[in-house]
Ligand binder design. Structure first.
Ligand SMILES: N[C@@H](CCC(=O)N[C@@H](CS)C(=O)NCC(=O)O)C(=O)O
Length: 201
């Protein structure tokens, strides 16, 4: 398997997941500006969507979209217990994956685009903060998003929370979220993924 990534981007979530699952994979860096892979290929020919992450299962078989890739990794390594099994708990986990993808991740996206008008930034950050408040309230009652045990939902949340600093938002304003990020950051798979992406402190 090959995971196409950009350091620190949302591809960090499946990168962590692959390590949590103990799977063998190759990591291939994509340059943000040129959209060339480190092997010199045009990434848009590999993934016509042009964005990371993309997980190549075998030649000609590509999976994209963070929540789908995370579910795939859980599916092929059921013993690793990376997402809950029981029907309702699993749906609650998928609810979080969807919430992080559509409400949190995609609230960050326009804030990063160089052409976003300055006037949008402050209301955009306020909107993102409202979405994070929902997670903050949940994490005041639960150690991880799906309960007492880590799941891949936490890897995705950790990944997007790392972007707060870039947006002049401080995770310290969400103490439960900060505690959650600190807990996730201590996991070996997370430390290894950050180090491999050149992001270790
Ligand atoms: N819906 C996609 C979003 C992926 C996405 O936003 N990727 C960003 C990095 S976090 C990216 O590659 N952006 C470059 C671009 O959109 O051109 C997913 O869930 O995988």
């Amino acid at each position: 398997m090959k995971l196409y990534f950009m350091p620190g981007a949302c591809s960090l979530a499946p990168h962590i997941a692959l390590r949590e699952a103990g799977l063998q994979f190759r990591l291939i860096k994509v340059d943000y500006k040129s959209r060339r892979t480190e092997e010199g290929d045009d990434f848009r020919r590999i993934n016509p969507k042009g964005y990371v992450p993309a997980l190549e299962l075998k030649e000609g078989q590509l999976l994209t979209e963070v929540p789908v890739i995370l579910q795939y990794i859980d599916m092929i390594r059921p013993d690793a217990c990376l997402l809950p099994d029981a029907a309702l708990e699993r749906l609650k986990a998928l609810e979080w994956l969807n919430y992080i993808a559509t409400e949190v991740h995609k609230s960050f996206s326009p804030l990063f685009r160089p052409k976003t008008p300055e006037a949008f930034l402050s209301p955009g950050r306020a909107h993102l903060s409202l979405r994070l408040n929902v997670i903050e309230r949940h994490l005041q009652q639960h150690r991880y998003l799906t309960g007492p045990a880590f799941s891949l939902t936490d890897a995705y949340l950790f990944t997007v929370c790392r972007w707060l600093d870039d947006q002049k938002l401080s995770i310290a304003d969400w103490p439960a979220l900060q505690r959650h990020s600190d807990d996730v950051a201590r996991r070996q798979a997370v430390r290894d993924a950050l180090a491999r992406e050149g992001l270790a402190d």
